[in-house]
Design a protein around this ligand. Structure first.
Ligand SMILES: [Zn+2]
Length: 222
């Protein structure tokens, strides 16, 4: 059996930019730094996530909770709002319902990184061997033995022999163009990634066009 395995982990390096028109300047990008504002009115709470215009610094408030009964909010959650928890801000920002409610979308450009791990012995996975990110591709394409831990993924299927199988996992739902992700991970250009797919040397049960933010794996003929 000569199938080799590798694992890629896509994770955020900072909060994404928020796409929204500024009313004071031509900018369409806002930055959140994890700051919340809370307003208590008797037993009702309003909670907003604050974001600053990248052009002029104007602050806007993104609604998180509106007239929520204070008893419906657990004390640990309230603490996280009060302590301006950036992890909570990231969770809320990536929630499509918050984006819809506030009429915003996210821009993940340069806000993510790709970490590649390989198994050197069956059943164990090395720490990160290579860290690559947009504009910072590096390292070699390392193969691993079968038995590498793989994340649960959306695109199953039998792994044929004589191939390199790579599991791609998302620590957060970061929508990325698949060919751009493959290009960064493989250290090739986006057009070369498209050529490998078109030529059948790189394939997956997952759609390899457009954007994805769900776990999948792909195969490449070695
Ligand atoms: Zn502005």
């Amino acid at each position: 059996m000569t199938t080799h395995f590798a694992q890629w982990l896509v994770s955020p390096t900072r909060l994404p930019l928020i796409r929204r028109r500024c009313l004071r300047c031509p900018s369409t990008r806002f930055e959140a730094h994890g700051k919340f504002r809370i307003n208590a009115n008797h037993k009702l709470l309003d909670v907003w996530l604050l974001a600053l215009c990248a052009g002029c610094g104007t602050t806007v408030k993104l609604t998180v909770l509106e007239r929520a009964n204070v008893r419906a909010i657990t004390p640990p959650l309230l603490d996280r709002f009060h302590s301006n928890d950036t992890t909570l801000a990231a969770e809320l920002l990536t929630d499509p319902s918050l984006q819809r409610r506030n009429g915003v979308t996210l821009d993940w450009t340069d806000a993510w990184t790709l970490r590649k791990s390989t198994a050197t012995t069956p059943g164990t996975v090395d720490g990160s061997q290579v860290v690559a990110g947009p504009g910072a591709v590096g390292g070699s394409w390392v193969v691993a033995e079968p038995g590498a831990a793989a994340c649960p993924d959306a695109g199953g299927g039998a792994r044929p022999p004589m191939t390199l199988a790579t599991s791609v996992c998302f620590a957060q739902p970061i929508p990325l163009r698949v060919t751009a992700l493959l290009a960064v991970g493989l250290g090739i250009s986006g057009s070369e990634a498209s050529r490998l797919i078109a030529g059948g040397a790189l394939w997956s049960t997952h759609r390899l066009t457009g954007r994805t933010s769900t776990n999948f794996h792909f195969f490449i003929r070695t």
